[in-house]
Design a protein. Sequence first.
Length: 191
Amino acid sequence: MEMSPAIGSKNAEREALLEAAKLMLVAARTAPKSAGIDDILTLIIYGKEKDTIADEMERIAEERKADGFKRDAKNARDSEAIVLIGVRGSKSLGLNCGACGHESCVEFEKVQRKLRGDFVGPTCLFKALDMGIALGSAVKIAGELNVDNRIMYRIGTAAMRLKLLPEAAVIMGIPISAKGKNIYFDRPAKT
């Protein structure tokens, strides 16, 4: 009698989470963009590289005396993978809307970009909106697949410092996991 092959729960879940992460990247890519111009950047991080992000978050926690970074670092470390979504924010749409704080898009585009706090600025409002829509599309897919996730600013901060998406002006991270209980929402509140 021939035995059928079997896949253990842990391996199956790990493989499924990485496939879900790939589908999240597709959702981010196909999300609507202002004027149809795609400046979204994506990356999946897992394994030892994922722990590098958690290590950087712990360094930031120590530097800033910010417990929120330490708490979120534990979430990153306990996740199977992290989806990074960033945006090139230095291009404008030529609308002269003023949301960036400049009189015109021409003036905005002449400004020297530099790291201002955690991200590079100034950033075009429409590029930031595009990133928000891409993030929403990615987490929607994760939710439909019953994959636990949460958009995390602090992961993006660490990813910026590690230059994981070097062209990005802003990055957000989405850790994903499949545990018996969602690890991202039942946790102490920290700033």
